[in-house]
Design a protein. Sequence first.
Length: 317
Amino acid sequence: MLICKIKEMSDKCYFASANTGNGFFNCFESIEEKNGIQYILKGAPGSGKSTIMRKMASRFISMGGQVEYFYCSSDSRSLDGVRLTGTGISIVDGTAPHAIECVFPGLTHKLVDLGKAIQPGLETARGELFSLALKKKDGYVELYGLLSASKDILNHNIIQMPLSDMPVDSLCMPESKGNVRHLFLSSIEKDFSETNSYSSVHFIDANYRSANALFHKAEKIALEKGLSMVCIHNTVNPDCFDALYIPESDILYRAVPVSDPQLDSSIARSVERLAQNRGFHLEIERIYHEFTDYNIINDITLSLLSEVGCKFPDHKL
């Protein structure tokens, strides 16, 4: 193993879903904390869901808390969720394509309805909204076709690599009880593995195929023993693991990425298609913005900040 960098522990950024060669891949269950409560934001595009989550995270950090941020894989400027570490509280965007429903309302989940801020007159934009939604849907069909081709290139590279049977004890896995979570550190546009801070980062001294096999063996052991671990999926082929994160020691184990100009070129075409899809979504947001009362959104935000603050008596939001 090669320790390539050492940094102080800090907040972490992830993607809880991704556009992949398998289509849309959802890991939102890994945002929620065991025995905690999750606030589900439901509302129109551009209604302020990301802003609410940022305000919640900012308040918690100002009290000395740590936050996990979960960004949108289609637009890394937008948040899909935040998890207030150690409180059992998470706040998520519960709209499609990662729709979430309340399992036990008021106990495990609480719905926050931002739709009440929509004002009369939206009906006049029905035709334009439906047209944009259809263009966006068709765009994602094309995107997933491009990413499927990228996956084929990646798999061809991996299968050519010799497979080494590496012992799991080459990884430092503390016997800390917890659960195995599944997330992404990168989308096809953004990579948080280089910007997140860890106590240390270790590159596995083997090819990608061997490292991936090692990570899957470690996951199996963690599941059997009930250990705390985050499995980091590959964006192009989510059946592969790019890395493992051990929360107890704040160590990230990484595979050496597959390098192939053909793969890079294929992914670049997907990025261009995604940018076009994002343009359709921004137009949908613009329309909804015209029919949203943000005074109502602000009142909902203040109420939520106050309610969440009451759930951990040692702090004040």
